[in-house]
Write a protein that binds this ligand. Sequence first.
Ligand SMILES: [Zn+2]
Length: 372
Amino acid sequence: MEQDNREILAKRYERIKLIVSLSESVISFALIFLFLVSGYSVSLRDWVQGIAQNRYLQFLLFMAIAGAGISAITFPLNFYSGFYLEHRFQLSNQTLWAWFKEKFKEWLVGLIILLPLSLAFYFLLLNYPDTWWFWLSIVLFLFSVLLGRIAPQVIFPLFYKFEPIDDDELIARMEKLAKKGNFRLQGVYRFDMSKNTKKANAAFTGLGKSKRIIIGDTLLENYSVDEIETVFAHEVGHFVHKHIQKLLFIGTIQTFAGFYLVHIIYRLLLQQMGFGAPSDLAALPLITLILSLYMLIVSPITNGISRYFERQADRYALRNSAKPEAFPRALLKLSEQNLTDKEPHPLVEFLFHSHPSVKKRVKTAEEWLNEK
Ligand SMILES: [Zn+2]
């Protein structure tokens, strides 16, 4: 009975989350579209050109004002799903003040990352109107490598405290697994996920020397050593199969293709809509619109690839854990704790989910165990 309730709750929770996130995308898209066709983007361009001389300053002002307007309108949805909903479903450990503080930090970090990238984008658009898409893709590739390399050491610690894991039995079990996968065990950390949420998770992150597996305290404290070991083995599977490098490679191809497509369509529409050069500030919202449509088409492909990688990591966990029968148990326990819908609608899974449904993952695991 209790479990049935949890299942119904999970379905409801995930449905609301999906509706909110889709609404947010649709509203943002509609706002940018209206901003563009209503002539407001032309007025804003004229206004920023009136108050600033420098073209980059004009660009930053234009982006800041347009961006702030859209963020202000979508903020209530953000608050609803990020704070209110998490509390309503009793998944949050955050006070309102802590939520605001985290949001502000996220915003600040995002700004520091986006500022040089946007300036590089506008520089390329101004100076290389025919090849900007190519150079920008290269800049983005180099930037993602850099970010992958420094994020675990520079950015994550801004949000969580990381410590080496101190459970002797667990360490011994992990050591064995890590050796098999050629993974350095110095790279396994516990982090204080519980300060924000009741959910549990683990992840494989970083590139090069910063590669590491991070495990939430919520997972370490509530799961048996056997269960934690299988989750750890799944993450080692991501490492062994080089999933981060592969995703980076796929992402880079998608970036090149995407910006090229944007370049072609943008060129075509610029003249039809009566804009001037590609660097015309008033026309920039058009780039955002084309890019969002492109992502809409590409994200189910990325999700499909990610689900394939997850299945590989699952198989690795089953083959290499000391007690593989703990793996489906851990998956079920995690989905209960995180209010994951174990069996989402196949279309929802196909379009939006980076992981196969828990039902499928458990079924595959049980079939494997039975064969063994
Ligand atoms: Zn995974």
